[in-house]
Design a protein around this ligand. Sequence first.
Ligand code: FAD
Length: 542
Amino acid sequence: VQANLPLPMLLEAVRTAVQSPKKGLSVVYWMRMGDLRISDNRALAQASAQAAKDGVPLIVLFVISPQDYLAHDRSKRRIDFTLRNLILMKASLDLLNIPLYTVSHTPRCTLPGRVISLLQSFSCTRLFANFEYELDELRRDREVCRLANELGIKPMFVHDRCIIEPGVVTTKEGKPYTVYSPFQRSWISILNANVPRFIEEAPPPSANPHSVRDNPIFGPLFSTAVPLIVEGFQLGEEDQTTMLSLWPEGTQAAKDILSRFLHTKSRAIQLGAADPLALGAEHSEKRSRINAYNDSRDRGDRDTTSRLSPYLSAGVISVRGCVRATMRLLGTQKVNAGRDSGVGRWVQELAWRDFYSNVLVYFPRVSMGRPFQEKMANIKWEVDEAHLSAWKEGRTGVPIVDAAMRQVNTMGWMHNRMRMIVAMFLCKDLMLDWRLGERYFMEQLIDGDLASNNGGWQWSASTGVDPAPYFRLFNPYTQSAKADPTGDYIRCFVPELKSLRGPEIHNPSAKVADKLGYPRPIVEHAAVRERALRRYKNPGQE
Ligand code: FAD
């Protein structure tokens, strides 16, 4: 692993930082967009322990940084979800006499200096935060370390986002894995050899003494925080209502969703409901969602997956807590990531999340618009605004693609198999640059996560680590029949087609499409397939 990568450089900066600072008057935990919870939060737990040891108050700081959100194409929905969670957390922290102090800051390049001057104004000599693995964030934190060091403040960065932090699961030669299967095998053996280290729950923070509220420096922090709104990131009224009902904020809501996944059976999709995935009739499946996951996870016409991604991306629920819940369910001391059980398969999906975080850390070029496979950098893409708009709006005339795009446009979330289908369709059938799709997803998704989104897009575009081989193009119609055998998924999101029954729903004839006011396909799959194969085989050529 190269030493000049941002994560090793930040670790080095932390290692050489001031070791025994003079005792300050407070300890600060800097909460970030990806760790929005109080329980089982490592940096918060360590900050709290330090504050108790030093006998000083703990302050939680959150910096609202609109330019950071723009830089990562964060959706309004994700920002709104962040703010809703912060409001809830503020109330919980209040009960512990811990101020949640929010500040808004631009420009992003001066953020490290702003944070350090805030620490100085709190006479704080110890700062705790969980790592963020995005390139800009690692650079920002390195600068924070540098400034902190100059002023005798000790920064402490903690791994919390992944089950096994980046850099631990490596090949025998100490290199990062670029293929998932060997990564996953190594991941599970390291995990099971060190269950307490990776899975143990971090203790909850202890309360500050009540006197903090009367303190002239810290007392005002309870009330002087900036209001939790972000200029330019407000949701429309209708979208807000939908997001509130689909994705309620808070760790308890996330735990309820996890419990639904662990203990209840999946349901059929419900046409016309506010939450089409949750309210449908129970079908004949006898097993709980997680136990049936291995067989049914690719079904878009049933509510088969956990739908925890918004909560995991924002850190509203601890990923360690999710693994512990599977261990409790099985009554074992070991983590099961076997291929043949629903539980094992689900844990493997959580490992994908770790895998893509590793890729982001050790190959940061992927987040700079570069393909992982450099040889694919010259693929010739089409420039076609009409096709891009049709894809975005769900008007391609290919029902499964349109249903999926309308799902993300309305729900801010899309089923995994559908993400693969629409991504493959954009890059291979429309031959449009995958970066356009990656960006649009980030703008729409409530679970938008740079590492997983980039990983998913580069997989689909056959440009990433361990990608889909370019010659194994998805046929959207066969994919549709597999992922939506009842047709309910299409009927739910494409109401023009709701009268259709049987296989016709996957590929209606021109006559039927015209009659129902549904567009004809904007490309013919068989013809454009050849174009994709040609261009992928010889990047740079027509
Ligand atoms: P479940 O099937 O219940 O899985 C549990 C959890 O495992 C998920 O919540 C997620 O945290 C993780 N996970 C599952 N599959 C993957 C995967 N392939 N890669 C990484 N983590 C995974 N996931 C995001 O969280 N944010 C994104 O921005 C995102 N963009 C994607 C873009 C594309 C093109 C593709 C193909 C996939 C993308 N994914 C993304 C991964 C995956 O589609 C979602 O995590 C999943 O659909 C979320 O639904 P769920 O919570 O019900 O998943």
